[in-house]
Design a protein around this ligand. Structure first.
Ligand code: IVH
Length: 678
């Protein structure tokens, strides 16, 4: 029995509920918190305590409901007030133009007249139907078959950006709000790391993770997943005051209304006049796509005027006045026909899936990396499996997940061989490493990769010396060492398949042209593990010659900016092999690398490392760099303990934070000038 509640307690409960709702909105929707976490917790606990003492006073939209209730045995079915429709797709610019033309026809308007479209992001999540009665969230349901979905109210209430009450004094009697629940990419990655560390199944992509989280029978699990939602649509609607009066006249106004009611709506949305303006929006968003914190799979284009939308009518289960204008997918399903093993420059054996060709991200994919044996085991990938592959940006496509539901039993397991598939020597796998390596120095596969690396664009840049030619040169026995490349003659090349007089001479000319590389390009071209272009520049600058680099000690290496113990060890290891030293000597007999410009060893900043961040009032970045270098200082891209000064201008970001954290001195432009004596 709870003691009778006083009027004051009742009042405090509703005051607390409003305050917490307000702070949730500020924090999760607007990204602009007004109170500290501690203060927020105090309010929350006070409300919880009052509600525990007086359960009868708990409000139907109390923020404490977000914590989630008891686990369910199953989800109840819930019929939507109005069906949840689907969208037709446009997969190319032509299809978008065809859509526009169709809409004109159905609206009986001349093609020359630009229609007004509302364009926004197509969120790649789980569609959701929220029902608010008298402004209070009463239920949430998945799309289901469009007519009947599953009731997931408890779970949706745990999402802090979903309003439990509409922020308006005059809510409609009932309204269905539609949107998309999703998991931001960084949270998805964190979740998968957690899942892996607990030995649990990984989610293939953020959408699956969001769907899995929403369809959790235990609301406590759903509450632990950082879900969010974007809202954009309307379903059934019953007006309160004047029956049937439409709330708004356009989609743009509708989303603005949703925003004032407290929903998160996409910030990238635009009213576009005519199809060309839509195309423009589509292209702009495509460039932004990789920078968005969540996944989108297209833009949705809607007739902006609601009367137009009505007039355009329906085609099967989709409004004719809307279209999903999609981007090429990044994940696709295909079948693993075989698994082959590639041997890389450093001898690493990489299992690669040969897949039935599929179009993905604008290219045809035939191979997808499986990384290593551990990954194959963890994902339980077998030959013959139907799998999901993905590519993000320019990276090599990878196998994400097996579609185990369609296994036939005829699939075959795969184990990396015990011997190098190319040279036949035994392979090894170091304790604690995922990579299996062929350690033979005579492995032809490694030689080919080393040559390819040496001649690539960012290294010696031997034009025209592609993969096929390297293959032939090695297979014909013309090149047995890196240095042999520089002993090739026109006649030898002429003997290769596909070469004529002119092409042979061209290749030899490109080889000749590569004899005087900048030193760092040669350092990079040597293909030392963990030594990329940037590190090569630092090394070239610090040591001035390959000979000096070869003799460098671990200590000296560790003094170089950006080089830590792992890279230093890798460099020492590389030059500890007599065959490599011999190879480098032979190369040096052929090449004349250009030493880097000597860094000034005198000057007020001699030996000092500076980092520039933000915009300086009068100096451009290159002007500031030139001044610093002229005074003997060095400009580095990242802040570390070795940094002597950080020069910060306007809108300095994380580098400035890092400097403060490490206690590195921070200067402004005036400070820099003072240091330089100007
Ligand atoms: S409007 C008639 N706008 O995409 C349905 N849908 O492929 C009206 N979606 O079922 C949908 N972002 O779940 C609309 N900005 C957006 C959307 C969006 C994602 C989903 C929605 C829909 C599916 C259709």
């Amino acid at each position: 029995m709870s003691p009778a509640a006083s009027q004051a307690q009742k009042k405090r409960i509703s005051e607390l509920a409003r305050l917490i709702q307000h702070h949730d909105h500020c924090y999760y929707v607007l990204d602009r918190p007004e109170v500290s976490d501690a203060e927020y917790d105090r309010l929350f606990r006070e409300l919880q305590k009052l509600e525990d003492e007086h359960p009868e006073l708990r409000l139907p939209d109390s923020p404490t409901l977000r914590v989630g209730g008891k686990p369910l045995d199953e989800f109840l079915k819930l019929k939507h007030g109005a069906p949840m429709l689907s969208l037709a797709n446009a997969l190319s610019e032509e299809e978008l133009l065809a859509f526009d033309e169709r809409v004109h026809r159905f609206l009986d308007l001349p093609q020359s007249e630009d229609l007004e479209y509302f364009a926004e992001l197509k969120f790649d999540g789980l569609s959701m139907n929220l029902t608010y009665r008298d402004g209070v969230l009463v239920s949430a349901a998945t799309r289901g078959d469009g007519e009947v979905g599953e009731e997931v109210t408890q779970n949706i209430r745990t999402i802090p950006s979903v309003p439990l009450r509409l922020n308006t004094d005059q809510p409609p009697r009932m309204i269905e709000i539609r949107g998309e629940i999703l998991l931001p990419i960084s949270d998805f990655e964190r979740l998968n790391r957690d899942q892996a560390s607990r030995g649990q199944k990984l989610f293939a992509n953020p959408r699956n993770a969001a769907a899995g989280s929403v369809r959790q029978l235990d609301p406590a699990v759903a509450a632990s997943r950082p879900l969010t939602g974007f809202f954009y649509g309307m379903g059934a609607f019953e007006s309160g005051t004047s029956p049937g009066r439409p709330l708004v006249k356009t989609m743009a106004e509708y989303e603005d209304l949703l925003e004032t009611w407290g929903f998160r709506v996409g910030s990238k949305r635009r009213v576009c006049r005519g199809a060309q303006a839509v195309l423009q929006f589509y292209r702009e968003i495509e460039h932004l796509r990789d920078e968005l914190p969540f996944e989108i799979d297209g833009v949705v284009v809607k007739l902006n005027r609601l009367d137009h939308l009505d007039r355009a009518g329906m085609v099967s289960r989709s409004p004719r006045g809307m279209v999903a204008f999609k981007y090429p997918p990044r994940q696709e399903s295909t079948t693993i026909e075989d698994i082959i093993v590639q041997v890389g420059r450093t001898g690493a054996l990489t299992p690669v899936a040969v897949v039935s060709p599929v179009r993905l991200g604008g290219a045809t994919v035939r191979r997808a990396t499986l990384h290593n044996q551990d990954e194959i085991d963890r994902k339980d990938i077998r030959i013959g499996d139907r799998v999901l592959i993905q590519r993000a940006g320019d990276v090599i496509p990878e196998v994400v997940q097996v579609i185990t539901e369609v296994r036939t039993g005829g699939e075959r397991q795969f184990k990396l061989p015990t011997h190098c598939p190319v040279c036949g020597s035994a392979v090894t796998r170091k304790e604690g490493e995922a990579v299996t390596r062929c350690l033979s120095r005579n492995c032809v596969a490694q030689l080919k990769e080393r040559i390819r690396h040496l001649v690539m664009k960012d290294a010696l840049n031997v034009e025209g010396m592609g993969e096929k030619i390297v293959e032939q040169l090695v297979d014909e026995g013309l090149v047995r060492h890196l240095s042999d490349v520089f002993g090739l003659t026109v006649d030898q090349v002429l003997g290769l398949e596909g070469f004529a007089d002119k092409s042979s001479r061209n290749l030899i000319e490109s080889i000749e042209a590569a004899r005087h590389p900048e030193l760092y390009r040669l350092v990079f071209g040597l293909g030392i593990r963990h030594v990329g272009e940037a590190t090569s520049k630092q090394l070239a600058r610090r040591f001035g010659s390959i000979e000096a680099l070869m003799e460098s000690t671990e200590e000296e290496l560790l003094e170089v900016e950006d080089i830590g113990p792992e890279v230093a060890r890798s460099i020492r290891e590389h030059f500890s092999h007599p065959e490599i030293r011999a190879e480098v000597s032979r190369l040096l007999a052929e090449l004349k690398p250009k030493a880097p410009p000597k860094a000034a060893t005198s000057g007020v900043l001699a030996g000092k490392t500076l980092v520039l961040t933000g915009t300086l009032p009068s100096l451009s970045r290159s002007e500031a760099t030139a001044l610093i270098e002229a005074a003997g200082g060095k400009v580095s891209g990242s802040v570390s303990k070795k940094t002597d000064f950080v020069v910060a201008g306007e809108e300095a970001g994380s580098k400035l934070d890092k400097a403060r954290e490490l206690g590195v001195s921070v200067l402004d432009e005036a400070g820099l000038r003072a240091l330089l004596g100007r």
